[in-house]
Write a new protein. Structure first.
Length: 185
């Protein structure tokens, strides 16, 4: 039973920001499956559903980004799942806007939310879907950049990228991370 976890910050002031693209992916996935996320048995919102006969869990931590690992660890423990069962979706400044990159494991790459997941799980062995948000910011302005919305001229690229990310999540559910990488990297 896979978990699709989207990273972001809770609160209306963060809605629609680059840093919340993981939440946006999970929200669109929930909409396409006609699921509603609600409070879970831990610091997260979740929805349980089925896709093509497979049980799935959608998850959004209610911790702030830098403590995302607490929610992921508790959800994996509650469902008695392994880190490899959890696809983590998040923003990446090292990829151009809308570009996707899937990996079966790896380092945090400077992402504090992923860093906390690695710390909490004591493992780098969980699949990731990185969504490019670009790096169009001046030195020292990274925090302001990731906590701001996409530029209006990027709207179509972002919408297409989120659609593709949802398709990549479906592929991960059906066929695993290797096939998702083959199709979407």
């Amino acid at each position: 039973m896979p978990i699709i976890a989207g990273l972001g910050n809770i609160g209306q002031e963060y809605a629609g920001t680059r840093h919340n693209i993981g939440f946006d992916i999970v929200d669109q996935l929930a909409d396409s499956l006609k699921l509603s996320l609600g409070p879970g048995k831990g610091p997260f919102y979740l929805a349980e559903g089925r896709y093509k006969g497979e049980s799935i869990i959608l998850l959004k931590p209610t911790t702030y980004m830098n403590q995302s690992g607490i929610a992921i660890r508790k959800a994996l423990g509650h469902y008695q799942l392994e880190p490899q069962d959890c696809l983590v979706c998040y923003d990446d400044i090292n990829l151009r806007v809308g570009k996707l990159r899937l990996r079966p494991d790896g380092s945090a790459g400077g992402h504090n939310g992923v860093s906390d997941i690695i710390y909490q799980l004591q493992s780098k062995n969980f699949p990731r879907l990185r969504f490019g948000i670009g790096d169009d910011f001046s030195q020292g302005d990274q925090v302001s950049y990731v906590l701001s919305p996409f530029d209006p001229d990027q709207k179509e690229i972002v919408e297409k990228g989120v659609d593709e990310a949802v398709d990549a999540c479906y592929c991960f559910i059906r066929e695993g991370i290797d096939q998702a990488m083959n199709e979407f990297n």
